[in-house]
Design a protein around this ligand. Structure first.
Ligand SMILES: [Zn+2]
Length: 469
């Protein structure tokens, strides 16, 4: 495996060489959305950051199983459903679709599987039963709690001592052994959605979902667990406590992306609708928004403003302009549009292998474009060709190839394939006319195509066509 990828592991607070559990395979669990509201730009950053990691691993030859869950039941979903006078699942589905739309719009590959919390209640009950049997959990008044003092190592991921932690806010302290014990299961209040358990009707606490679903799809030990930096505590701390106490080895690497901030603060719903992904993509081309989000190191806070997005957009358009001009200069050969990973500069790959250092990788990209533009001015075809291929390959692995899906509008691709089928029919007839030496007929077909802007070129591999713009 030609990979020397290193990743920052929150658990060890260091950049470690990535070594998969099974050679050639990587399992990733990414905490997905709690679907209480549609996503704003801040929500989508983690999806984009982990899409870059996934694409890089695929490029390096790994088979990647990518699980991103949907938390489709929680207090805020129930609250919002009550407000709208609809069942909880109406709110959950509406917002799940908004998240899928946003991931698709920003070019994130769809997950291998996207499990919903409410579809995995039996797995959660089984895990809680194990934890109660082993002395790490206890049921009281229909709730089930995790006993944080029973688990050695609680607080290790976030680097805290139990005594310094605040009380876990999910219920009245008096029913718990320790104020920091957290709820794995919450008893239902009258009228709330609920599922039956040995401890009475209720619904999952957030943390148990991810422990149960990660094990269900990736097994008791898997490679990478990801999420936003804000999930380190308590969510991931609690996932580790549950899974390890239940006997799972759980994740080998903990990778966290930083937030998007606005005016120095974590982006939040209170900012209104203008930063919803659905709205932003009306003002900004989605590929430029992705370029903006990808361009910052995933562990750096990203301060969002319309100006910074516009600036990024200008940077991307410079790259795109070079690609278009050089492609034309090189004869608009469609074969040039197949990205070849071996065309990437070594320094680019080295930057990506160094904990996905995209800012350094972008520097190589811009340097390549500058060199390519100079070569265009000098009409130096081989230098232009090399720069073109390198640029395309670098963009492609970052999900930013403007000639790849989803950036090429589906409608355009469809009409192109229809035109291609029609032209192939005409070319076949022309070929038959030539075979019977009816050159008047074959020339007439060629001239007819020419009149509507379709240029035919005879090559050793057969006739090729291009559409005159
Ligand atoms: Zn989670």
């Amino acid at each position: 495996m030609p990979s020397s990828l290193s990743l920052h592991d929150t658990a060890t607070r260091s950049v470690r060489e990535f070594v998969p559990i099974s050679p050639g395979e990587v399992g990733i669990y990414l905490c997905g959305a709690t679907v209480q509201a549609p996503p704003h730009v801040g929500h989508i950053r983690s999806g984009v950051a982990f899409d870059v990691l996934r694409r890089w691993l695929i490029d390096q030859g790994y088979g990647v199983t990518f699980i991103r869950n949907v938390t489709d039941i929680d207090d805020k979903i129930i609250h919002n459903a009550g407000h709208d006078g609809v069942p909880y699942w109406v709110v959950a589905m509406r917002n799940e679709r908004a998240f899928s739309r946003a991931y698709d719009a920003l070019g994130c590959l769809p997950p291998t599987y996207e499990p919903r919390a409410t579809g995995h209640i039996p797995e959660m009950i089984a895990m809680m039963q194990r934890l109660i049997t082993e002395g790490y959990g206890y049921a009281t008044n229909g709730d089930v709690y995790f006993d944080v003092r029973a688990f050695e190592g609680y607080g290790k991921l976030s680097g805290q001592r139990i005594d310094d932690m605040l009380a876990s806010p999910d219920s009245e302290a008096q029913v718990k052994r320790d104020a920091r014990d957290f709820a794995m299961w919450k008893s239902a209040k009258p009228g709330e959605p609920c599922w039956d358990t040995p401890w009475g009707p209720g619904r999952p606490g957030w943390h148990i979902e991810c422990s149960a679903m990660a094990a269900r799809y990736l097994g008791p030990n898997f490679d990478i667990h990801g999420g936003g930096l804000d999930l380190v505590f308590p969510h991931h701390e609690n996932e580790i406590a549950q899974s390890k106490a239940a006997g799972d080895q759980f994740a080998n690497y903990w990778v966290h992306n930083a937030w998007v901030t606005t005016a120095g603060e974590k982006m939040s719903k209170s900012l209104g609708n203008s930063l919803l992904v659905d709205e932003v993509v009306k003002r900004v081309r989605p590929i430029e928004l992705r370029y903006y989000l990808v361009g910052a190191h995933y562990r750096s806070m990203l301060e969002y403003s319309d100006e910074s997005v516009n600036e990024a957009g200008q940077g991307f358009r410079r790259i795109e302009g070079f690609l278009q001009r050089s492609h034309e200069f090189l004869g608009a050969d469609p074969r040039l549009l197949d990205p070849d990973p071996s065309s990437r500069p070594e320094a680019f790959d080295a930057a990506m292998n160094d904990d996905l250092a995209v800012p350094q990788a972008f520097a190589i990209l811009h340097e390549t474009v500058r060199g390519g533009n100079a070569a265009l001015t000098e009409k130096s075809a081989s230098v232009v060709a090399d720069a073109f291929k390198a640029t395309l390959a670098m963009l492609d692995v970052l999900g930013l190839n403007p000639w790849a899906q989803p950036w090429v509008a589906a409608g355009k691709a469809d009409s192109e394939s229809v035109i291609d089928a029609l032209v192939q029919v005409a070319l076949q007839q022309r070929q038959e006319a030539r075979a019977r030496k009816d050159f008047a007929a074959s020339d007439a077909i060629r001239d007819g195509l020419d009149a509507i802007g379709i240029r035919i070129e005879d090559t050793p591999q057969g006739a090729r066509w291009t559409l005159e713009q």
